[in-house]
Unconditional design. Structure first.
Length: 156
């Protein structure tokens, strides 16, 4: 299995096209990794997505039998689409599966892109958000000490 991103929405440019007024042109993306894990991301649509009845605000790793509702109640049978697997919510008593199922391993979802932080009027510097400062803090402290020492010696 290859990793791939599937685009979902009402536009014909998507991999999965859902024709409904509550579905945005580019509504969501599903990333399927090499191990067969599916990560679902709603693309900040107005009508949104619910995962197991809870509105999604960030990417999520899908688990077997998770229910996805896009827009105003448009169910996406993601297991059937991506794995040709029948969800227990729709499963008859006997299910014949022609292909072996890919292994599903629980992994952390990819780190979502950070949302833009509101502009602060304070001029504080957060070391964790400044890679240069975080990596070079020892050098900065040493050079600051040398400059302070030179300043004290020049006053004497």
């Amino acid at each position: 299995m290859m990793s791939r991103i599937y685009k979902i929405g009402s536009s014909e440019k998507n991999d999965i096209v859902l024709s409904h007024p509550s579905i945005a042109s580019f509504h969501a993306e599903v990333y399927v990794d090499l191990q067969g894990n599916c990560f679902y991301t709603d693309l900040s649509t107005l009508s949104g997505t619910k995962l197991n009845g809870i509105k999604m605000y960030q990417p999520a790793l899908l688990s077997p039998n998770d229910q996805l509702m896009l827009g105003e109640g448009q169910e996406l049978d993601w297991e059937m689409i991506f794995f040709k697997r029948v969800s227990i919510h729709k499963q008859p008593k006997k299910v014949k599966i022609d292909e072996p199922l890919p292994p599903l391993k629980q992994q952390r979802p990819p780190t979502p892109k950070p949302s833009p932080k509101p502009v602060s009027t304070e001029k504080s510097v957060e070391l964790s958000s400044q890679p240069f400062l975080r990596k070079n803090l020892d050098l900065i402290l040493i050079f600051s000490g040398i400059i302070l020492l030179l300043f004290v010696l020049s006053i004497m």
